[in-house]
Write a protein that binds this ligand. Structure first.
Ligand code: MSP
Length: 675
């Protein structure tokens, strides 16, 4: 019987549209799932969307849509994008689906039955962005994870006895070192748990967008408990059909981004232990994809959409870049220049060149049939060396990819690409092809067999990473459907003599500067305030993938800089009139007789300003001393309660809620201008 392999991605929040950061995790899982299928495992690959919670509820405010409508739309976009990229997930779970709700409530009941849930009340800080209870900080303090301001929450909640699992978790980490990878993450988790676990609030009662707590519908289940359960509800846990759950659980690999390690490596195993369920075998955390030096995320406004790269270069270019360029587990930077450079160097010049010259010469000199390698006279040590490098590459690549070291694995595969390209250049088969004598022909046969066999090995190895182009090379080699190849048996010498090649055509057309410009223009069009209204997203996501990489598609119109304002929009020149600067609060005090007003003295680098701000209900004055704020520095002065206000502090105001001061994740110098 074949071994089973269950692999999961995190489920993606629907408050933001998909970008290549989300694609990164899903592509990595897809590559693992494809490889496992080629190795003969009965593979189940799960992904989906995380649709409940305060963060999503707030994201819908002011959109005129219900949270469900909003979630339907964005979840549909994730799925359409994954389909367009040919990602081979077996199931897509949505947390607003009935099957999920049923399973989460069953898990809750089980944990309650086992005595790990009790009622209490929570009073403390909550970070809506991370959907995280932050115990150790006071009102108004920033979230220690993301730096955004936390909100004070006081509500009656159900609690999970997390504290009861501290020792069991530590035992787990000690006895199963491969449970959390890489080691740096494991160490972080161990020290977090060692520092002491407090019970965890697992319900919310001040908003409604969630799954009701069984037997107490005034509460909704904490969104992380809801979300984490997806890994078992998708398999039918808690339903009348638990066959998949019995077959596939526990997961063999749960891949996540490094920011959600605590939820997956502390809360999740504790919930499972409390319910008496088996634990996943491995949780592997990767680093972040950075763009313009910061984590790519909607809130920073520095995202790159996958559609742009698919349109311009095809899905394999993106897959190869992400898995080759970013050292798995560490942060890595994305740029269009680096994408094109990597594509040209490794795919167009490297593998593409190897495939096209080998296959073209077999077509030309041997009428498209794989030639015989010579057994004797026409054999040289260089041929044997290639066979050895190939055998070594199979074992190196396998060991590295099994450790999810994609970048190093690909690096090892490309040592073989480089070795064979060098071998071809040094042995000049094109010269031999022009010689009529027997020995030259025999030598030519050996060189081309050696090259084609190495090409076959590389193609089989990296198929899971670049599936479309390798499927085409495999077909050109005359080998049929690559997905059916039993990868575990791969070794030198399996290419059969006289194999008839398929139609030989280039697989990786070169990209150039115009490709970069086109991608930049496409992204520019999507940024707020440019010509596009964003509707293009949906159109692009449903458009069929072109058969060959779309390097020849026409450039979309480039929006003109400084175009005239229309429809109530302002021009960049209008925006430039507003002088926004970073300031630091030096003095903060209440204004007598004004409940909402604080008098602040703010250092803006060149001077200290007195500013009156209507934030007294949200911030105690002592919390503000030393805090960096954003100030509109060129606002005409005005008097309030007899005091002059020279500028305005920028804050987000949520309807009916308290203002939240604008702040930065990174340290910024006082006086810096926002533009
Ligand atoms: N909904 C939660 C996860 C719940 S899992 C039970 C969540 N969602 S998320 O959409 O914010 O992020 C999900 C995952 O997307 C991250 O863990 C990470 O794998 C991936 N990424 C999102 N942005 C990313 C980058 N900029 N870089 C790399 N991965 C990124 O957290």
């Amino acid at each position: 019987m074949s071994k089973k392999f269950y692999i999961t991605t995190p489920i993606y929040y629907v408050n933001a549209r998909p970008h290549i950061g989300h694609a990164y995790t899903t592509i990595a899982c897809d590559a693992v799932a494809r490889r496992q299928r080629m190795l003969g495992s009965d593979t189940f690959f799960l992904t989906g969307t995380d649709e409940h919670g305060q963060k999503i509820e707030r994201a819908t405010q002011g959109t005129g849509k219900t949270p469900q409508h909003f979630a339907d739309e964005v979840s549909g976009e994730f799925r359409a994008l994954w389909d367009r990229m040919g990602l081979t997930y077996d199931d897509f779970i949505r947390t607003t689906s009935e099957r999920h709700k049923e399973g989460v409530q069953a898990l809750w009941r089980k944990i309650r039955e086992n005595g790990y849930i009790y009622k209490g009340s929570y009073s403390g800080q909550y970070c809506v962005f991370d959907e995280l209870y932050v115990d150790a900080v006071g009102p108004g303090a920033p979230c220690p994870e993301c730096g955004r301001p936390t909100e004070t929450v006081r509500e009656e909640n159900y609690f999970f006895k997390l504290s009861a699992f501290q020792d069991k978790l530590l035992e787990l980490y000690a006895s199963k070192p491969e449970f959390i990878r890489p080691e740096t993450r494991r160490n972080e988790v161990v020290s977090f748990v060692r520092s002491g676990l407090r019970d965890l609030s697992i319900s919310r009662s001040t908003f409604k967008w969630g799954i009701p707590v069984p037997d107490d519908p005034g509460h909704v289940i904490y969104v992380w408990m809801d979300a984490l359960s997806n890994y078992i509800t998708a398999l039918g846990y808690g339903s009348s059909d638990t066959r998949k759950f019995e077959k596939y659980w526990p997961a063999d690999l749960q891949m996540i981004g490094k920011e959600i390690v605590r939820f997956h490596c502390v809360y999740w195993p504790a919930f499972l232990m409390a319910a008496g369920l088996p634990l996943p075998n491995a949780i592997v955390a990767h680093g972040w994809l950075l763009f313009e030096e910061n984590k790519m995320s909607k809130s920073r406004g520095n995202i790159v959409r996958a559609e742009t790269i698919l349109d311009a270069m095809g899905s394999d270019a993106l897959r190869y870049f992400l898995l080759r360029e970013v050292v798995f587990g560490q942060d890595g930077s994305f740029s269009f220049d680096a994408l094109v450079q990597r594509y040209n160097a490794d795919l167009a010049n490297g593998l593409g060149n190897l495939a096209s010259r080998t296959l073209t010469m077999i077509s030309r000199y041997f009428r498209g049939e794989v030639p015989y390698p010579s057994g004797t006279a026409a054999r040289k040590p260089a041929d044997h060396e290639i066979a050895q490098v190939a055998q070594r590459t199979i074992s190196d690549y396998t060991a590295l990819v099994d450790q999810y070291q994609f970048s190093r694995a690909l690096e090892s595969a490309w040592t073989l690409v480089a070795a064979v390209n060098k071998y071809i250049v040094e042995n000049e088969p094109w010269t031999l092809g022009e010689q009529p004598d027997e020995l030259s022909r025999s030598r030519l046969g050996t060189i081309l067999y050696t090259s084609a066999e190495a090409l076959r090995i590389i193609t089989a190895l990296v198929h899971a990473i670049i599936p479309d182009s390798t499927a085409r090379i495999w077909a050109q080699l005359g080998l049929g459907d690559i997905r059916k190849f039993p990868l575990a048996e791969l070794q030198w010498g399996q290419l059969k003599l006289s194999t008839k090649l398929g139609n030989v055509e280039p697989v990786f057309p070169r990209a150039d500067k115009t490709t970069i410009e086109r991608m930049q223009a496409m992204e520019e069009q999507q940024r707020p305030g440019t010509v596009s209204d964003g509707k293009q997203d949906a159109a692009v996501a449903t458009q069929a993938q072109p058969a060959s990489p779309a390097l020849q598609t026409a450039a979309p119109p480039v929006p003109k800089a400084g175009a005239a304002a229309a429809d109530g929009k302002i021009t960049i020149d209008d925006f430039a009139k507003v002088e926004l600067r970073v300031g630091q609060v030096k003095v903060a005090e209440r204004v007598k007789g004004a409940d909402k007003l604080l008098r602040l003295e703010v250092d803006i680098g060149t001077e200290t300003r007195q500013v009156l701000a209507g934030i007294a209900e949200a911030y105690a004055p002592e919390m503000l001393i030393g805090r960096k704020v954003v100030i509109v520095a060129n606002l005409a002065p005005r008097k309030l309660r007899g005091l002059e206000s020279n500028g305005m502090i920028v804050a987000a105001s949520l309807e009916g809620d308290k203002p939240v001061l604008c702040s930065f994740l990174e340290d910024v110098p006082v006086g810096a201008r926002l533009k």
